[in-house]
Design a protein. Structure first.
Lengths: 397, 397
């Protein structure tokens, strides 16, 4: 048995993969054993999932095999699902095995936050993985095919997106582009198809620049999106949703993008949580656990105004880099570095050739914002896989 | 009001379209008014539907716009659905109108014959139209996507084809080719997918050359098809089928190819029928109705051994040509011609590059039979649409 420290990273999302890549680079030979655990043998680019979900891009372009990203001579990879985290024993129980650790990085994805709305967990779909977006795409196409056999069932042609945050807005943008294609493919009259975007907050993209929000809603409305802003979903059933004013919208397709909470395994492990998330210390560690770093969806941090940062790819990536730095420092008995989120801005696509965004303090809209979104995606591919990955996947973006 | 005779053709399938095309050629100017009625504005190539149903070809390649086939200066086309045939008034009631006729050609398609098997009409799909095959294709893909979200539900990956006649055999051949593609697309282990072909008769392709049947079953078995021959489906439910020996096969996908009966409108019109079909006279006319020709699926004729001819594209086409000839003769007060079916043979595909068939008294198997099948399809395109249609659709076959 070696006495070098064992680092186990749970999850190969934005946070976990960056931790792994940085450790791979910074650790010297035999300085630590690093094991990356992930449910799938691929990493997926969550910010690109709205496209395969709508069917405007192939899901293959939203994933990368982990073996293409990590150096398996330096990092072990275990494809398995985490069942339990036992902090008292320093063990992680997997579906098919057990791993012990000295240091743990929890980078697993969160879960849809349904705010207790009845039926949402059971009957709505979410944009959260390759499998889930393939289901959404196939589900939508299937409704067109079903409608043609039961032409009185126009409810098959009504699509409801719950939540007008970034995921919801980007998804309706793609789906609005896809609907005319589906209408042609299945000989369906476009005027029969309804695409709703329902948001309980008084505005779409709450907190985002109001001028850009207005521009974005205008673009999407012209593409045929029906907005119901300031309207809460009260209930979801297999037959549709009931909204705030009691109106029933009949549909077989509800996609919920209304929020993310922490992974249930975090609570089950005994960490103190708020909506499933752990308020980490300035070094990204779980309170009371110097050897456990929590990054990404399960990590709770507050900005200067005392509001929690929303879980984004951007913050998860920065946390991944920081946790790797602090792990190396801890192993070498060097001082840890305080984490501070540096907001580079946010850009949202609104379907083909359209977008809105703020980057480096400047506002963008239209074609420029759409390009910026592509550049951000390309930059990410470059960060995780270098030029070869940009060339392999980037051409499709 | 003109006093030239009115000919109404119901259905633009193999029989109806051939009647229309031949009338268009043979009738002189002002000799008759011809109206073709069809539910869709396109004709479809039923013998090609097994491919888009399995997803191995685009449904567009199995249909042709009727406006590309008929000369609208010579033949009127009405896109509508027939609701009722009133022989006493010489009228056809459409969903959105009424047509009166002097001569009527009934060329509408039949309906699936379910032999009273409980649940089959409600829960099984059929390969019978562009809409139905798009539903089958989307349904199958959807099951793969659903399985990935509910990995304990291996029943989603079980596909049941009821009937091992020509349609059933050709469809399982295509689906067996498609399954490995779907497994790759959705990351599904091929060994979890089950494809059953269940036939009540003691042999697949009953009545066909036994040596070729054996060859065909061997090819399909190697592709992974599980045959249950001499096994009746006793019941079909949303959860699968129960077969002869009481065994339950759990599945969400049952495609019934077990037989065709006549269209219900024929019985409702008061014609005497057997399984919904009318035993026509030697000139293809309904007994007691000198002005009504019945061709294709609704027409019943017996061979020299006293057995009914199965409803095939081949016999429907020959009947279309013959009914056009007899209509022209009737209008010109010339003697009618007796119809005799001339069997040119039968070729069945077994998926890519494989087939079996008998043509002009010679047996074919393997690649040669597959080619022969393609040649027959090309010949059909040439008959209905000439070289332009062969070039437009034929390259995809």
């Amino acid at each position: 048995m070696s006495n070098i420290p064992k680092i186990v990273i749970l999850g190969a999302g934005y946070g976990g993969i960056l931790t792994a890549l940085k450790l791979q680079k910074q650790l010297n030979y035999n300085e630590a054993d690093v094991t990356l655990v992930n449910k799938h043998d691929y990493h997926y680019i969550t910010t690109h999932l709205h496209m395969p979900a709508a069917g405007t891009d192939n899901p293959e372009n939203a994933r990368v095999n982990i073996s293409k990203l990590i150096d398996e001579f330096k990092i072990d990879f275990v494809k398995s699902t985490v069942v339990q985290i036992r902090t008292q024993d320093k063990k992680v129980i997997l579906e098919d095995g057990t791993l012990s650790y000295d240091y743990l990085v929890i980078g697993m994805g969160g879960e849809p936050e349904t705010f207790g709305i009845p039926g949402l967990a059971e009957h709505a779909m979410s944009i959260r993985s390759i499998n889930s977006v393939r289901l959404i795409r196939e589900h939508i196409e299937y409704q067109f095919a079903r409608y043609k056999r039961e032409p009185h069932r126009t409810d098959y042609l009504t699509f409801i997106v719950g939540g007008a945050g970034f995921t919801g807005i980007e998804f309706v943008g793609e789906l609005a582009d896809r609907i005319p294609q589906l209408c042609r493919e299945f000989d369906v009259d476009r005027s029969l198809v309804k695409l709703y975007n329902i948001e309980a907050a008084p505005s779409a993209l709450p907190g985002f620049d109001p001028e850009l929000v207005e521009y974005g809603m205008d673009v999407l409305t012209k593409k045929g999106v029906i907005f119901r802003i300031g309207t809460a979903i009260k209930e979801c059933s297999p037959d549709g949703v009931i909204v705030g004013d009691g109106e029933e919208i009949r549909s077989k397709t509800v996609i919920w993008t209304g929020g993310i909470r922490g992974n249930r395994l975090i609570e089950e492990a005994g960490f103190e949580t708020m909506r499933g998330r752990v308020k980490v210390d300035e070094f990204l560690r779980a309170p009371g656990h110097e050897n456990i770093y929590i990054i990404g969806d399960n990590s709770l941090m507050f900005n200067e105004e005392g509001r929690p940062y929303p879980p984004t790819a951007q913050i998860a990536m920065q946390q991944g880099v920081a946790s790797a730095h602090n792990l190396v420092a801890a192993i070498r008995n060097q001082p840890l570095k305080t984490f501070a989120f540096s907001n580079k801005g946010t850009v949202a696509s609104l379907g083909k050739g359209e977008g809105i965004g703020v980057a480096m303090g400047k506002k963008y809209q239209g074609r420029k914002a759409a390009w910026l979104k592509k550049l951000i995606d390309l930059r990410y591919l470059f960060i995780i896989g270098g030029i070869p990955l940009v060339l392999r996947k980037g051409k499709f973006l």
